[in-house]
Design a binder for this molecule. Sequence first.
Ligand code: NAD
Length: 510
Amino acid sequence: MPFSTISPLDGAPLDPVEATPADSVARLVSRARDAQASWAVKPLTERMEAIYKLKDRILDAGEQIAKVLRAECGKPEGESWTAEVIPNADLVVHWVDAIEEALAPEEISLDPMSYPGKTGAIHAVPRGVIALITPWNFPVAIPLRTLVPALLAGNAVVFKPSEHSPRAGALIGKLFEGLLPHDVLTVIQGGGDVGAALVEAKPDLIVFTGSVPTGRKIAEAAARSLIPVSLELGGKDAAIVLDDADLERTARGLVWGAFNNAGQNCASIERVYVHAKIATSLIDKMVALTKTLRIGEDVGPLTTRAQLETVQRHVEAATASGAKLLCGGHATGSGLAFEPTIVRIDDDTDRLEVMTEETFGPVLPVVVVRDEEEAVRRANASRFGLTASVWTKKVTRGEQLAERLRAGVVTINNHGFTAAIAAAPWSGVGESGFGVTNSKHALREFTRPRFVLVDRSSAKSELWWMPYTPSLVATVKALAILRSASRGIGEKLRALIQLLTNAPKRLMGR
Ligand code: NAD
């Protein structure tokens, strides 16, 4: 059945997309499993050469990407280039440069007394088939952050884009065309039922980015099959503005942090805690700036009607409870657009949905606080903990505060853009999930450690092998005395004699 049929920009019809039948997903996963085995044994340089070609393909397809994202998500063209095109080309370069070292076997150090003749190394082994399930808010960048390193590491991926951005998902498939052996990357289309079928098809790892309720369902289903799962979920990011902040830069940064992608960013600023001393001047600047934003050009529409309804509900409930609307506050009536909105929240309205639930729209609640202690306490009082920011001219003060914030990423004098840096880990705490994308930490999710030990000992036997003769106990007791810092020198000398007498017997199997 076709889905995602009209544009959120203006309701214009979109080309139909057909869903993948849910009952065919298990077969596709099984085909991916066959393909993965031969992909994983290819020399790494061959995989690197193939994936590197993606860099120019992404750059050359920039306009096409921007066009698709404009039509099915409503994204302003500039945002597509800055968030979905340029950083993805950088991502490819980063991973192709970093992958050899990241996958190189890591030798561990072994005590030759305890483990004579032995060497051991940890190898990073691909998981196998990864199920990748993604949302619609960054429909090109989010999947690529997993696809590039996961494929380089030797995995196969079955990728289900959001039902609200299927054309972007299909375009990703096209960008890879001819670079990978058949079935190493499979794009399947559809909604939650197709996603659930993918989870049930027992992949070797599920990488999920999306909402908390879906993340919870997937984690429960994965637990039943004991499949590892990586979850990147929602956010309610706080920005703390100290009394010495640069007002002009901070106002612009907060406005961008709150309204980019029409606020449909897991790392959108959804709460500002501003020091009372500068609150009026900062808020005035933010409001003035927000009033200059052009709907459609600077701030796109919401992508889904459900999202528009959530935004309206949060704003209406806030204003009904006494929150002060400083600008915006209404749907424009054109497509699914909503005016960029700033609301001032007073102390006793902290419990409002707009302060506790993810709004995921162009709504920025501002709270005036007495001092930074109050700001930190209130910023940390959230179920979510994705990113946070501190705005101050004193960088050291900002760094000290960063250590106290419950978040996976903290930026000082900026917000939320670091998902575009492939070398920097992106993760959260609490209900923001525990998955990691980007950086060497993400690679740990896409691979598992396999320890390989080689024994070159020519001894007949080992200390701990059978039969368990009296010389075994004598040897290990001597070892314990020699290793203990609380034993005296005389005792240690006697233990050394015991060790030298008994250990050779053990190595002879006596
Ligand atoms: P969603 O949870 O509704 O859907 C995400 C994906 O899950 C879609 O592809 C959907 O089809 C699929 N799905 C739905 N039900 C499923 C099921 N039972 N089994 C398997 N798959 C299923 O989320 P959304 O509305 O597309 O995205 C918005 C959410 O994503 C927000 O909460 C946002 O904060 C979050 N997000 C988080 C990050 C991050 O890095 N932490 C990044 C982007 C978006």
